[in-house]
Design a protein around this ligand. Structure first.
Ligand SMILES: *Cc1c(COP(=O)(O)O)cnc(C)c1O
Length: 438
């Protein structure tokens, strides 16, 4: 499989080079030159396949011969080594719990897959060894990416990880997850917003001087090795979906739009889905676009679903690419809405009190978006992707439900560890200095 850049200036590359580069040299995002179509009987008989086999079949065409079969099967099975249950909440709404991985959020899946692919490439690449450059994974996080990437890459041989996060704007559990590992994991606490962090990362990627000395790559959701494996659990959801003749509407709490873009890709490949809903918080760039057809990035505003506080969702261009920028076709598949913090809290409380099901703030945004959609489409049923464990946001959740959320033992232990971060101002030169000092 070859990948082209959405800016159409850079040359095409294979999966390995797309993973190593992260972003294309012309600052576009890599996109597969064709979307594979899965055999009909694979979809029809999905119940008879193991999750490992499903994931392997889904990713294989995207990887091509960049990774040998045996290695790829190992990477896939390590990636999905935890439960991804579809849990019934009401007659019409099911929750796909994506939070049973090591950092309690869906980003574990993309991060685990990418770290293992990169580890494989770094240790099997004559070119990289000959260059003798330090390999650094750079990532800006609005919350959950940092922890998942830190965990996924911890102790991976030959790779250093630098994580930028906005000071004071991530939850205490999130902060501990990305600042307490040490070794090859370095946390930069930036005095600014997530968009500042993302901007700094984007700038150093195109800095010629720096790229002569270091091999820089990204672990943000723009990297194909993080983005593409997110298709896996849409297939796992369908495998667990009882009414195969009435496919689900799927609501995805969205920030950078990597997750929902992977779902739409799976759908184009043959996975039955009725409709997608991109559920956003107050950062309503895409909901506005779906109304006006005008894409207007804004400064991100802080909300209680902070992993979705994104003012210029980087993966949205990939969704446009899937539909070849034909708005009419996009509109048939995707709706989008914006949910306030007050509505998020109400939903969290209501679903807990009436259904006994505890959502996290991101899942609550998705839940309400789905509920509103189903109100207008009463014959449909749907799935909300529950993207994080509620305990990750206990500071928001506990006052809303008036109860303590039991903290899993692994998280309790993490909270006791000492935070190790380097504070810096939101200036790209300071980031460059830090990278050169590693
Ligand atoms: C990252 C994240 C999101 C947003 O996912 P995108 O792929 O960026 O749209 C939603 N919920 C949680 C808990 C997250 O960590």
């Amino acid at each position: 499989m070859q990948y082209y850049s959405t800016n159409k200036q850079s040359s095409k590359v294979d999966f390995k080079q797309a993973t190593l580069n992260g972003q294309a040299p012309d600052k576009g995002l890599y996109f597969p030159e064709r979307i594979p179509i899965l055999p009909k009987d694979f979809i029809e008989n999905i119940i008879s396949y193991s999750n490992e086999e499903i994931a392997y079949q889904v990713i294989k065409p995207y990887v091509g011969d960049a990774i040998p079969e045996e290695e790829l099967r190992r990477i896939v099975s390590e990636t999905i080594k935890f439960d991804i249950p579809l849990v019934k909440v009401t007659e019409a709404i099911y929750s796909l719990e994506l939070y049973h991985g090591p950092t309690l959020a869906f980003k574990d899946i993309g991060a685990r897959f990418m770290s293992r692919c990169l580890g494989y490439f770094v240790n099997h690449s004559a070119m990289l060894r000959a260059d003798n450059k330090k390999v650094i994974v750079l990532v800006a996080t609005s919350g959950d990416t940092g922890g998942a990437v830190a965990n996924g890459f911890f102790d991976v041989d030959g790779v250093d990880v630098v994580i930028l996060y906005p000071s004071g704007k991530v939850s205490s559990v999130q902060e501990k997850q990305l600042t307490t590992l040490g070794k090859n994991i370095h946390a930069l606490e930036v005095n600014g917003t997530f968009d500042d962090c993302q901007q700094m990362v984007k700038q150093v990627f195109t800095d010629e001087e720096l790229n002569k000395k270091l091999f820089l790559t990204s672990a943000n959701s723009i990297n194909v090795a993080r983005w593409l494996p997110q298709q896996f659990y849409y297939f796992f959801a369908y495998k667990q979906w009882a009414q195969k003749n009435n496919p689900p509407v799927i609501a995805v709490p969205s920030g950078n739009f990597g997750n929902i873009c992977a779902g739409i890709l799976a759908n184009i490949s043959g996975l039955p889905v009725k409709h997608f809903i991109a559920a956003c918080n107050a950062n309503d760039i895409v909901p506005s676009f779906m109304q006006t057809e005008k894409y207007e990035p804004k400064k991100a505003v802080a909300t209680i679903s902070n992993a979705m506080d994104v003012g210029n969702p980087s993966n949205f261009v990939r969704i446009l690419e899937i539909f070849q920028h034909q708005f009419i076709n996009l509109k048939k598949v995707l709706s989008s809405c914006s949910i306030t913090d007050a509505e998020t809290k109400d939903t969290l409380q209501k679903v807990y009190k009436t259904e006994g099901y505890l959502l996290d703030p991101h899942g609550a945004v998705g839940y309400l978006a789905l509920e509103q959609y189903l109100k207008n489409n009463p014959s449909e049923k749907g799935i909300v992707l529950e993207t994080a464990h509620p305990v990750k946001f206990y500071d928001v959740v506990e006052p809303v439900i008036g109860e303590a959320v039991p903290i899993p033992i692994a998280v309790q232990q993490q909270l006791l560890l000492k935070k190790k971060s380097t504070k810096i101002a939101a200036e790209v030169d300071l980031l460059k200095e830090f990278l050169l000092s590693l």
